[in-house]
Every structure is written in C-alpha cells, then in structure tokens.
Design a protein around this ligand. Structure first.
Ligand SMILES: NC(=O)c1ccc[n+]([C@@H]2O[C@H](COP(=O)([O-])OP(=O)(O)OC[C@H]3O[C@@H](n4cnc5c(N)ncnc54)[C@H](O)[C@@H]3O)[C@@H](O)[C@H]2O)c1
Ligand SMILES: CC(C)[C@H](C(=O)O)[C@@H](O)C(=O)O
Ligand SMILES: [Mg+2]
Length: 348
C-alpha cells in the first residue's frame, strides 16, 4: 500500500527525534512492503526562518492532503518575540485541521516500572489515556493586553464542543476498562459547570461506563498517588496540557510520551507531548521514544497496520529492556545509538 505522510520536524530536538522516527518508518516500509511517501515541510521556528511564517501555506496544504501528519516539536527562545510565534503556528494548525481530540496514553509496562521516580509498586500496571480537548478553551479565547499592568484571557466552551470530546472519551472507555474520570473546576468556573452537566447527560447513553468527576487540583494529586486507578481521563484543553505532562513522570520521562490528534474527518496528527527541549538540543541525547511511539500510533490508528505497529513498538521496548537508555532515564545512550538498537531489533 501507498501512504502519504507530511512530516514537520520543527525546532530544537525536533529534527533529531524526527530523524529517528522516519528512519524506523522507512525500515518498517521495506520489511512489510509499504510505500511511505514522506514530505518534509517547514513549520514552527524553522518555518519562520525559512519563509517568515511559522505555518506557511504550503505546509497547511501538504498537511491537508496527507493521509497522516507527523510533528516532532516546535518553539524556542529565538522566536519568543516573533510577531507570530511557533506556538501560534501550532494552534493555527490544530484549529485549521479541526483536531479537537488529543489522545495521550500513559502506560507503564513491568519492565520499565523501575525507571519511574515514583515507587515501582505504585506505578506498575498504570495504563490510562488522557483525552484532551484541543481546539477550545483558554487557548482559543480573546487574549488582550490592556496596558502594561493589565491583561485578560477568556475561557469559552460551547456545549457542542464539550459533547464531541466527551462522546469520544466515552467511546474510548467502551473499548477499555469502562471507567471515565472527568476533570474540571466546577466548584469555581462556569465553563466547568457546563462541562460537568454535559458529561452527566451523555453518561446516560453509556450505562456500562462508570463515571467519576474530580476537581483538577485533586486529580493532579491522585494521578501521582494512585495512577493505576485511572482508565480514561477527559478534560478541557489547558487542564489536559498540564495533567499529561505531570502524568508523563509516572513513565520515567516526558520523553516517553506520544499523542494522536483527531478531527471529524481529515488526516490525524501524531506528535510527542513534549516540546523542543532547547536545553538539550543539538547534543544527540534526546529520548526518541516519544516520536517512535507517535509513529506506532500513526501506523495503528490512521493506517490500521497492526502487525507493523506491534513490530516497531516491540523493537523499541526491547531496546529499552536491553539497557539502551537515554540520559533522561539515567542512561548514556545517544539518540542515534537508541535508534540503531531499534533498527537492529527490527532486522532480526
Ligand atoms: N507540541 C510542541 O511542539 C510543544 C510542546 C511543549 C512545549 N513546546 C515548546 O517547547 C519549548 C520548550 O518548552 P519547555 O522547555 O517548557 O518544555 P519541553 O517539553 O521542551 O522540555 C521540558 C523538559 O523536558 C525535557 N525533555 C523534553 N523532551 C525530551 C526528550 N524527548 N528527551 C529528553 N528530555 C526531554 C527537556 O530537556 C526539559 O528539561 C517552548 O518554546 C515551548 O513552547 C512545544
Ligand atoms: C506549545 C504549546 C502551545 C502546546 C500546548 O500547550 O498545547 C504544548 O504544550 C503541547 O502540549 O502540545
Ligand atoms: Mg504541553
């Protein structure tokens, strides 16, 4: 089969981990006889440097026409003061493609449980997904700097926006352990009161799913205290951003976590949940697992290539089990050495 992929390496460690993901995708293509036609587009700070725009028109067009999109990471101090920043470009891409649903899986297999800074017995068996609303809330409000002393952001949700992400979360729960935790701040925020009411209404359509509501402050504690208690967490845009970075620590490192973003129709986008890590960029020490697992998610969810996804995931996990660990996990394996170890496993 033939698949068209738009690749956006972006900034900082982005190109380093994208190189890892794409070289492994090529190997999977050769091994299983698929044509993965990858086109690289300028995006983020790299887009600004190349064209003056973090999201040039050819990048949007390439993404819209692709079967799937792979993004590594964008941003960095160099572009912080740009009129349109890399982050503005990322939000525009999500909005333009209608990527309202961002799925961030957090899983700890027995063999990596000891890498977590939390106690092994506490994290063993952790397996949940954060379903993050991605095209609404504070990120897409009406920001305004009134003067040097005052600024406003607005948090707006339409019921239909809440319904579509909550339904998606219930559907995912139905394929898993049938437990849904909705996270909000309904003791304070009007948008959260609407969120909670909407979750309760939709819950009547899914009688098999157990629903719990947690306030975001308590949820952030419970995720660390008892991570195995969760199955599917659904939450609004900014809470999902924060809770998923927090949850990544359970796995040992932010550099482990992939994500998939989906729209009603059109290509899905797969990207690590972390950023461009300017503090370690250019040193060949970034953990490429987040990107490799993003490729695994793409193979599975967009292309339904299950055998291929399983093969790549196993090759990567086996490399970790064999002791190839990057610096974030306490090892000294370089990014390219880790990739080579995964390649070697695929060659067996
Ligand atoms: N989706 C994205 O592209 C995205 C996501 C988050 C942040 N950002 C941007 O990235 C830039 C840096 O932000 P930040 O420093 O707050 O967050 P970050 O996620 O880039 O880094 C946070 C910490 O995690 C480490 N880290 C992240 N990924 C790693 C990996 N794969 N391997 C090893 N260590 C890793 C970094 O070294 C750093 O210490 C900012 O411009 C921010 O806006 C982009
Ligand atoms: C870079 C930033 C705009 C982005 C977000 O907040 O969504 C990032 O933190 C993420 O999690 O993808
Ligand atoms: Mg984030």
């Amino acid at each position: 089969m033939n698949y068209t992929i738009a690749a956006l390496p972006g900034d900082g460690i982005g190109p380093e981990i994208m190189e890892s993901g794409l070289s492994l995708l090529e190997t999977i293509g050769k091994k299983f006889k698929h044509d993965f036609n990858v086109t690289v587009y300028p995006f983020g700070g790299a887009g600004i440097d190349e064209t003056g725009d973090p999201i040039p028109p050819q990048t949007i067009k390439g993404c819209q026409e692709a079967d799937a999109i792979l993004l590594a990471a964008i941003g960095g101090p160099k572009w912080e003061k740009a009129e349109k920043t890399p982050e503005d470009g990322l939000l525009q891409l999500r909005k333009t493609l209608g990527l309202f649903s961002n799925i961030r899986p957090i899983a700890v297999s027995d063999s990596i449980a000891h890498l977590s800074p939390l106690k092994t017995e506490r994290v063993k068996g952790t397996d949940f997904v954060v379903v993050r609303e991605l095209t609404g809330g504070l990120y897409f409000g009406q920001p305004k700097m009134w003067n040097d002393e005052e600024a406003t952001d607005t948090l707006y949700y339409k019921k239909s926006e809440i319904e579509q992400i909550v339904r998606q979360a219930f559907d995912i729960a139905m394929t898993r352990k049938k437990k849904l935790t909705s996270v909000d701040k309904a003791n304070v925020l009007a948008s959260s009161k609407l969120w909670r009411k909407t979750v309760n209404e939709i819950a009547t359509e899914y009688p098999e799913v157990t629903v719990e509501h947690l306030y975001v402050d308590a949820a952030s504690m419970k995720i660390i205290q008892h991570p195995t208690a969760f199955d599917v967490i659904v939450t609004e845009n900014m809470f999902g951003d924060i809770l998923s970075d927090e949850a990544s620590v359970i796995t040992g490192s932010l550099g482990m976590l992939p994500s998939g973003s989906h729209s009603k129709k059109g290509p899905s986008l797969y990207e690590p949940i972390h950023g461009s890590a300017p503090d370690i960029a250019g040193q060949n020490i970034a953990n490429p697992m987040s990107m490799i697992l993003s490729v695994v998610m793409m193979l599975r969810q967009s292309f339904h290539l299950y055998e291929e996804a399983d093969a790549l995931e196993k090759a990567a996990n086996d490399a970790m089990d064999a002791g190839f660990l990057t610096a974030d996990l306490g090892g000294d394996t370089k990014t390219t050495e880790f990739t080579a170890a995964v390649q070697a496993n695929l060659a067996e």
